[in-house]
Write a protein that binds this ligand. Structure first.
Ligand code: SF4
Length: 389
């Protein structure tokens, strides 16, 4: 008798003990609801994390054909360094499921302005977010004629969205009441339509609860899932510092663009006034990203004679222009993070370029060519009040 089977018999499965699901068990049971029937389809929300992979494997064990939907938002980090979406595609291939990636862009930003169910400790609107994700899965379910939707959610694993009332709210908001199965915890949750209809059996479902991953890691081993991904991660909105930068953006911009959001992902951020902010690169890669993201109207700064950051001022000090005092302040901060000598009462040159429609320097318009200002590196502490962190 395996550890997991023992756990079931002993009533285990509180998350502190072994998993209450034995990989392969559903497959071999003669009474399995899917035995000897045409394969029924289910749609899985696949995050790339371990839990959603296990949920897929459990349903495959029980004879279902699984199609995956992966959701990308402006705030998720699908990029493992090998190109956006590469890793999740690899996971889908390993699981032998087809994959549809759905991008929630403008509608996600719109929701984030005022999420109906509020936010978590960061800027994360988990309940509204999950409802949107399940909404996309529902659409896929209807497209391919699937029976229901599954996810890797575990009861009590995440404080905001994975407790009983939140799970029910998400089902209601996504109009999937009774049609979301969370295989890892389903034996602890109210019966769903597929259970009532005999498509799945409660005894084939898991009883995992809580934040510990011991049970999932044991299942991963039994399913031979190599390098099970770490828990959490992937959503920038749960990061407290990123959350503060995002809050600042949403507080000062009626509808942030994807470009505004991409800019949040790099550099040190400074709020000069209601309309104006500065972003300063922290390394060569970020300098490149900042230059690439600069839009017409933005002002780019760089120390002329010293190694250092690329900075961008975005905003409007009045009349569509950036005021000189903001340019001077930005130049001082840019020098502060450069190799320019500090504390010498000396001023150093900073190149300032306003980006025009045709690119920096007005796309060849001599009147728009960069100018040089001279400034002292900002003294320690003098600029701290502007920093968003
Ligand atoms: S952690 Fe991020 S991606 Fe996950 S539900 Fe919350 S807001 Fe959405």
């Amino acid at each position: 008798m395996s550890d997991m089977m023992a756990a079931r018999r002993e009533g285990g499965g509180n998350g502190a003990g072994p998993a209450a699901y034995e990989p392969g068990a559903g497959e071999s049971r003669s009474g399995n609801a899917q035995d000897k029937k045409e394969k029924k389809k289910v749609v899985a929300l696949l995050s790339g994390g371990l839990d959603s992979q296990l949920a897929v494997r459990m349903m495959q064990d029980q004879g279902f054909e699984v199609s995956a939907v992966a959701i990308k938002t402006p705030f998720c980090d699908f990029d493992c360094g090998r190109g956006c979406g590469f890793e999740i595609r690899e996971r889908a291939d390993d699981l032998n499921v087809d994959l549809k990636t759905v991008y929630l862009g403008d509608e996600y930003v719109e929701m984030l302005k005022n999420p109906k169910y509020g936010r978590g400790a960061g800027f994360n609107p988990c309940i509204d977010c999950r409802a949107m994700m399940f909404g996309a899965a529902k659409k896929r379910m209807e497209e391919i004629g699937a029976e229901f939707v599954i996810s890797g959610e575990v009861l009590g694993q995440r404080p905001m969205s994975q407790h009983g009332p939140a799970l029910r709210t998400i089902e209601k908001e996504s109009r999937l009441e009774g049609r979301i199965v969370r295989p890892l915890s389903a034996a602890l949750l109210p019966a769903t339509d597929p259970e009532r209809d005999g498509l799945i059996r409660r005894e084939d479902m898991g009883t995992i609860r809580g934040r510990t991953r011991r049970a999932q890691l044991r299942m991963a081993e039994q399913y031979a899932i190599e390098d099970p991904p770490n828990a959490g991660g992937g959503c920038l909105l749960t990061d407290p510092q990123f959350g503060r930068k995002t809050r600042d953006l949403f507080d000062h911009t009626e509808t942030p663009t994807i470009n505004d959001i991409d800019l949040l992902k790099v550099g040190r951020h400074f709020r000069f006034d209601e309309m104006t902010k500065l972003v300063t690169g922290r390394n060569k890669d970020e300098n490149g990203v900042i230059s690439a993201l600069a839009l017409p109207g933005d002002v780019l700064l760089e120390a002329r004679d010293h190694m250092g950051p690329v900075s961008v001022i975005r905003g409007d000090s009045g009349g569509g222009a950036i005021a000189d005092y903001h340019v001077s302040l930005a130049a001082s901060i840019t020098l502060r993070y450069s190799d320019a000598p500090k504390g010498q009462d000396a001023k150093w040159a900073v190149t300032v370029r306003r980006v025009r429609g045709g690119g920096e320097d007005g796309g060849g318009d001599p009147a728009a060519a960069g100018r040089v200002v001279h400034a002292e590196p900002a003294a320690d502490g003098s600029y701290a009040r502007f920093r968003i962190k």
